[in-house]
Design a binder for this molecule. Structure first.
Ligand code: S3P
Length: 454
């Protein structure tokens, strides 16, 4: 008989959250550190890397491409790279699990290497659009088809990448504000002769650019007054190995910030949080809503600014956010929506089209989940309106559950919601949190939050 393993979790109205949770390493930087380590010519040392499924899948892809990765007794990872242009042809498909960043960045790497690579992923990743990356990479000479060599079928995983034998430099303007697309093109440009130029009309997270500088790569960035950026990168540069210290992930910290703001009398401290300007739109928005958020001990660590953040319970006001702030908080909208449900008055978020192509259709998942908890909300085109309840969210009745759809951030957001609702909130699958934050429930419980799992 097949064992039907229950993976529900339920959160209950909780007393004040107090303490200092351990926020794991930044997912974007952890994945990039392995990929850049693979492309460098010596030993890269990675400290405080995120230990999660997304990162493990990226790690095993880099190993199949020729990196040697060992974990030392003190927890640090050492990556012995192969060097740009010297990667090994993978002998089996590269499975990237749930990770959009993993698959798109690796796709960029292999697109300019002269061999074929098969990329696969889980059910969620297999529904996410790949055209945004394959189209510009095709301009560089790579080809894409299904595993059965059907060139018409190259929009979704599983996918075969036929790496360019003679890569061509491009000048390309992004048509979606996506750091994954930008990074894939930068990584492909590394093994392409001549200079490639990538223009992003709206700034997205810039870890690839910053980290390449730590690997001594000459990458130029030119900013325009309107926030656009032109990146120039010359191919065939050697990446010099370095030490990367991964800061704590602001997108994971966001769930704890949200929890402290909505659970009365909470007072928590978050340490070593990444404060990169392309990642902190969430903090700016919450402060405008009246959140008691104090940032201290700002310092620079391995090319990134980090700080400690103290958050206490706050009576929040609704807020109107324009589309141009979206890239700097794109992963935080699910938890922001939850927090807004507890605010006084209406919140309105514009320009959320990109949420439809994340691990789930997050815009629909947010609306469906909020409605199940008794919150009035609706979407209009790509905009979201939420009617705040001033701290009075009902929660869920009976056996109902939030359907997480293989989306870690939907799971965590709604478990946070249940810490402050009148009735509990249940999610159907807590295992999805392993993508980015395996210890999430443990850390909430440590602060005094009430969560139970099957
Ligand atoms: C990421 C970029 C963002 C973000 C994702 C991580 C990255 O995706 O949502 O979680 O590491 O580059 P897009 O670039 O598609 O917006």
């Amino acid at each position: 008989m097949v064992e039907n393993k229950q993976t529900y979790a339920t959160s209950y109205r909780s007393h004040a959250l107090k303490g200092t949770p351990i926020i794991p390493g930044d997912k974007s930087i952890s994945q990039r550190s392995l990929i850049l380590g693979l492309l460098s010519t010596g030993k890269t040392c990675i400290k405080h890397i995120l230990d999660s499924e997304d990162v493990q899948h990226t790690l095993s892809a880099t190993v199949k491409l020729g990196a040697e990765v060992v974990q030392q007794k003190n927890g640090d990872y050492i990556v012995q790279g192969r060097g740009v242009g010297l990667l090994k042809k993978p002998q089996e498909p590269l499975y990237l699990g749930n990770s959009g960043t993993g698959v798109r960045l690796i796709k960029g790497v292999v697109a300019s290497h002269p061999f074929d690579t098969i990329l696969t992923g889980d059910a969620s990743l297999s529904k996410r659009p790949m055209n945004r990356v394959t189209q510009p990479l095709s301009l560089m000479g790579a080809e894409f088809c299904s595993v059965n060599n059907d060139k018409e079928q190259s929009s979704y995983l599983p996918l075969k990448v036929i790496g360019a034998r003679r890569p061509i430099p491009i000048e390309y303007q992004l048509n979606v504000p996506s750091a994954q697309v930008k990074s894939a093109l930068i990584l492909a440009a590394l093994n392409t002769p001549g200079t490639s130029e990538i223009i992003e009309p709206l700034a997205t997270r810039d870890h690839t650019e910053r980290m390449l500088k730590s690997f001594q790569v000459n990458i130029q960035e030119e900013f325009t007054a309107k926030g656009a950026k032109r990146i120039r990168i010359k191919g065939h540069q050697e990446l010099q190995p370095c030490t990367i210290v991964v800061p704590a992930d602001p997108s994971s910290a966001a769930f704890f910030i949200g929890a402290a703001l909505i659970v009365p009398e909470s007072d928590i401290l978050l340490e070593n949080i990444l404060m990169n300007p392309t990642r902190i739109g969430f903090l700016k928005a919450l402060r405008k809503m009246g959140g008691n958020i104090t940032i201290s001990n700002r310092r620079t660590q391995a090319g990134e600014e980090i700080a400690d953040i103290n958050v206490t319970y706050s009576r929040l006001k609704g807020i109107h956010l324009n589309a141009d702030i979206a890239p700097s908080m794109i992963d935080e909208y699910p938890i922001l929506a939850v927090v807004s449900a507890f605010a006084q008055g209406e919140s309105y978020f514009e320009g959320l089209g990109e949420l439809r192509v994340k691990e789930s259709d997050r815009l629909s998942a947010i609306v469906e989940g909020l409605k199940k908890c008794g919150v009035e909300c609706h979407t209009q085109d790509d905009n979201l309106r939420i009617m705040g309840t001033d701290g009075n969210v009902k929660g869920m009745m009976g056996q109902e559950k939030i359907v997480t759809q293989l989306d870690h951030r939907i799971a965590m957001s709604f478990l946070i919601m249940g810490l402050a609702t009148h009735k509990p909130v249940s999610i159907d699958d807590h295992t999805v949190m392993r993508s980015s934050f395996p210890n999430f429930m443990k850390e909430i419980v440590k602060l005094g939050g009430h969560i139970e799992s099957a």
